[in-house]
Design a protein around this ligand. Structure first.
Ligand code: FES
Length: 651
C-alpha cells in the first residue's frame, strides 16, 4: 500500500497506517509497549515518544522533518502548562503523515527493564500488579437507572478493554464523592494478578491522577527486617531501610523463638505483635525518608524463613519445632496487608512467596527467583548463609534444595570475641606464614593494622571484636600458617614458634590483637574453632548431600547469597572446606538475593506465577533423615575435610 511506514524502536515493530493515524493508535495495533494513563486524551503525558529524522539505511527509510503532524491545541496546551521536553511528542496527539521512525524512551514503556547491577543477573521486566487508568464515566440518568459503580466498570471495559473489574466496600465509600468531584472523570488504580485474575479497584482519584504509586519488597529475617520502597511505574527503589527484628528479645535464633512460643501461653501472639509493630515502624520510617505518603503504598511482597512466616501470619510455629516439620501452608498467599496488621493504603495487598519445604522458606524461593538455578545451563550451587544455611543445587533439568542447621557462629555468635559486623569489628585477616604475625582490617577504617596511622584511625571506635567474615579469615589463615592443624587444634608456642600461642585451659589460643593493659585482648580460642568447624561442617554436608543426590562430585559455579555471602572471601571459605572445591573465579556473591527476589515479585506479577510453579518442581531433601548427612558432617569437621581431596585448593 501507499500508506506511510511506521517503525518503532527499540522494539523494531513496524507497519503501514493511513495518513492521520495517531502514533499511540499505531503503537497499540502493533503491540508496541507505549504507556498511557489518560487513554489518549492528551493530559497524562505518559505516551511521550521521540521521532527521529534523517536516513535509516538499516530500515530502508528516510524520515522527513514533517513526517508527523504539527503540534495541535492539546499538545500546545500541555507544553504551556507542564512543559514538553524538546524533541518529544505526545504519542496520542502526533499523527503520522509520512514514513517515520519513532523511538519509545524507557520512561514511556510500561514493561521497561530495570537494570540489575550484577553482570550475570537478568534484568527485571516491569509488569507491576497496580496500574492507573483514567476514565470518563457516564452520568446517572433517570431514564436508564444504574449504579455509579456499574457505570464505572462499564467505562473501564469500554475505554480500556478491562473486564470483570471488582471493588471492595471501601471503594463504595469513596465512589460517589470522587465521581462528582471529578465531574465524572476519575483515575482508578487497579490491582491485577490474584487467584481469580479479576482486576480489583484499589483507589479512585477525582480527575486525572498521574503521580506515583508504590510497593514494598520486604525481607523479614530473624535478625533484621529489610525493606525496599519501589515506584511501581519506574521500578526504581526510592528508599531502602532496615530495622532489627524486635522478636530478638524473645530469642536470638529461630529455635529459641519456637521454644518461647511453646513454653509461654500467648507467646506466639506476642512475637506476632512484635514483628508487625516493627514492620509498621519501618514502613513509617521508609516513607518519611522518601518523603511520600504511606497511603500510596498499594502492594507489598514478603519473603522469610518458615518460622518467621508463621509468626508474621499469626500462626503458632509449634509444628515447625518438631518432625515432620509440617507447615500450615507452603503455598503462596495473596492477602490484604491490613489483615497482617500493616497500615499502608487501606486496600493494599500483600503477597507472600511460597515456601519450598518445612525448613526452606519463602526467602529461599526468592533466592531461586533472583538467581534462577532452574534456568542455568551449568550446575550451580547456591548457598544462603544465616542461622540456617539454605542450599540449592541444580540447573535447567533439576533443582534440589535443603536446609542445614549451621547455627549462629557465622554471625559472630558463640565466638569468644565475636560480634556483629559493625564499626570496630575485625573483618579481614592475613597471617604471615613465616613470622606467624597477623595484619588485619577493621570495619570503619581504610587501613590495614600494620599501616602508618592505623592506631589514630581506629582511636574513635577501638577494636571491639571480630565479625563472621573476620573469624573465617582468621581461622583459614591460621590453618595456612600452620598455627592450627587439620583437626582444628591450635599448637603451643613451642610447636608453632610464636609467643602469640598462649595456654588457655587445656588448649591454646592465638592472640590476634593485644592493645595493652587497658583493652581486652582479641584472641581466637579452640572453642571458637570448634564452633566454626560445626557450622561449616553442617553447611558442607548439606551441599555434599545434594551433590550425592544429583550424582555429581563437582559443581560448575557457586553463588554465595545473603549479607554474609557478600563479605566472605571465597578463598578462605574454601581453605576451611565450607564450600566444595571449585575454581575461585567461579565463586560469586549475590548480595541480598532474597531481597532481590522479593523486588522481582513486586515489580513483575508474572514472576509470581512462575516461581510458584518452579517451587513445586524443586526436589526437597530433608537433611535430618539422610544417613549420609552425618557421614559428610563428620568428614567435613576437619579443615578442610578428611575425605574430600579439594584438588583445586591444593593446586
Ligand atoms: Fe495521556 Fe497521551 S496518553 S497524554
Amino acid at each position: 500500500s501507499n500508506d506511510p511506514l511506521v517503525i518503532f524502536t527499540p522494539s523494531g515493530k513496524r507497519g503501514r497506517f493511513p495518513v492521520g493515524t495517531p502514533v499511540l493508535t499505531a503503537a497499540r495495533q502493533l503491540g508496541v509497549d507505549l504507556d498511557s494513563v489518560c487513554g489518549g486524551r492528551g493530559i497524562c503525558s505518559k505516551c511521550q515518544v521521540t521521532p527521529s529524522y534523517g536516513e535509516f539505511p538499516k530500515h530502508g527509510v528516510t524520515v522527513a522533518a514533517d513526517a508527523l503532524s504539527d503540534w495541535n491545541a492539546v499538545e500546545e496546551r500541555y507544553d504551556q502548562k507542564r512543559g514538553l521536553t524538546p524533541g518529544r511528542r505526545l504519542g496520542c496527539q502526533a499523527q503520522i503523515l509520512k514514513d517515520v521512525v519513532i523511538d519509545v524512551p524507557p520512561e514511556s514503556q510500561v514493561h521497561k527493564q530495570v537494570v540489575r547491577k550484577r553482570a550475570e543477573a537478568r534484568d527485571i521486566t516491569m509488569d507491576p500488579s497496580v496500574r492507573l487508568f483514567y476514565v470518563e464515566v457516564d452520568e446517572p440518568d433517570m431514564h436508564d437507572p444504574s449504579g455509579d459503580l456499574e457505570r464505572l466498570i462499564r467505562a473501564l471495559k469500554k475505554q480500556w478493554n478491562i473486564k470483570d473489574v471488582k471493588a471492595d466496600l471501601h471503594i463504595l465509600h469513596a465512589l460517589q464523592p470522587s465521581l462528582r468531584k471529578g465531574a465524572w472523570k476519575v483515575t482508578a488504580a487497579l490491582h491485577t494478578g490474584e487467584d481469580d485474575d479479576r482486576p480489583r479497584i484499589m483507589h479512585l482519584w477525582p480527575g486525572l491522577y498521574d503521580g506515583a504509586v508504590y510497593g514494598l519488597a520486604v525481607d523479614l529475617g530473624s535478625t533484621t527486617i529489610a525493606a525496599h520502597l519501589c515506584d511501581l511505574r519506574s521500578g526504581e527503589v526510592v528508599a531502602s531501610s532496615g530495622l532489627m527484628n524486635p522478636q530478638i528479645r524473645f530469642g536470638e535464633d529461630l529455635m529459641s523463638r519456637v521454644s518461647y512460643a511453646m513454653m509461654n501461653p500467648g507467646g506466639a501472639q506476642e512475637m506476632t505483635d512484635a514483628v508487625r509493630d516493627g514492620m509498621n515502624a519501618l514502613f513509617t520510617q521508609i516513607a518519611a525518608e522518601a518523603g511520600i505518603d504511606k497511603g500510596l503504598v498499594m502492594d507489598s511482597v514478603f519473603v522469610m524463613n518458615p518460622v518467621m512466616h508463621h509468626l508474621f501470619l499469626g500462626i503458632d510455629p509449634y509444628e515447625l519445632g518438631q518432625a515432620p516439620f509440617a507447615l500450615a501452608t507452603s503455598d503462596a498467599l495473596h492477602l490484604r496487608a491490613a489483615d497482617l496488621g500493616l497500615s499502608l493504603h487501606p486496600a493494599a495487598r500483600a503477597y507472600i512467596l511460597p515456601c519450598i519445604a518445612g525448613h526452606v522458606g519463602a526467602d529461599a524461593a526468592a533466592v531461586t527467583l533472583s538467581e534462577a538455578p532452574d534456568k542455568s545451563d551449568d550446575l550451580v550451587l547456591i548457598v544462603d548463609v544465616g542461622t540456617n544455611a539454605e542450599i540449592q543445587l541444580g540447573n535447567k533439568t533439576r533443582v534440589l534444595a535443603c536446609s542445614s542447621p549451621t547455627g549462629p557462629a557465622f554471625e559472630g555468635a558463640q565466638i569468644s570475641a565475636g560480634q556483629r559486623a559493625a564499626p570496630g569489628a575485625i573483618e579481614r585477616v592475613e597471617i604471615d606464614p613465616a613470622s606467624k604475625d597477623p595484619r588485619f582490617r577493621v570495619i570503619g577504617c581504610d587501613l590495614w593494622s600494620d599501616e602508618d596511622g592505623f592506631a589514630q584511625a581506629i582511636a574513635a571506635t577501638g577494636i571491639t571484636g571480630i565479625c563472621g567474615s573476620g573469624i573465617i579469615e582468621a581461622i583459614a589463615e591460621m590453618r595456612l600458617a600452620g598455627i592450627v592443624d587439620a583437626s582444628g587444634l591450635i599448637g603451643s608456642a613451642e610447636q608453632v614458634g610464636t609467643p602469640r600461642c598462649i595456654p588457655d585451659g587445656r588448649t591454646h589460643s592465638y592472640v590476634l590483637w593485644d592493645g595493652g593493659a587497658d583493652v581486652p585482648r582479641i584472641t581466637v580460642t579452640n572453642p571458637d574453632i570448634r564452633a566454626i568447624q560445626m557450622a561449616k561442617a553442617a553447611l558442607y554436608a548439606g551441599a555434599r548431600l545434594l551433590m550425592d543426590k544429583l550424582g555429581t562430585d563437582t559443581v560448575d559455579r557457586i553463588v554465595l547469597a545473603g549479607a554474609f555471602g557478600a563479605h566472605i572471601s571465597p578463598k578462605h571459605a574454601m581453605v576451611l572446606g565450607m564450600i566444595p572445591d571449585c575454581p575461585l573465579d567461579k565463586v560469586t556473591s549475590a548480595g541480598n538475593a532474597a531481597g532481590t527476589g522479593a523486588r522481582i515479585a513486586l515489580l513483575n506479577r508474572t514472576a509470581r506465577g512462575e516461581i510458584e510453579e518452579t517451587v513445586l518442581r524443586i526436589e526437597k531433601i530433608e537433611t535430618a533423615v539422610e544417613p549420609r548427612f552425618q557421614e559428610h558432617f563428620v568428614n567435613a569437621s576437619a579443615l578442610p575435610n578428611s575425605a574430600e581431596p579439594f584438588p583445586i585448593l591444593n593446586n
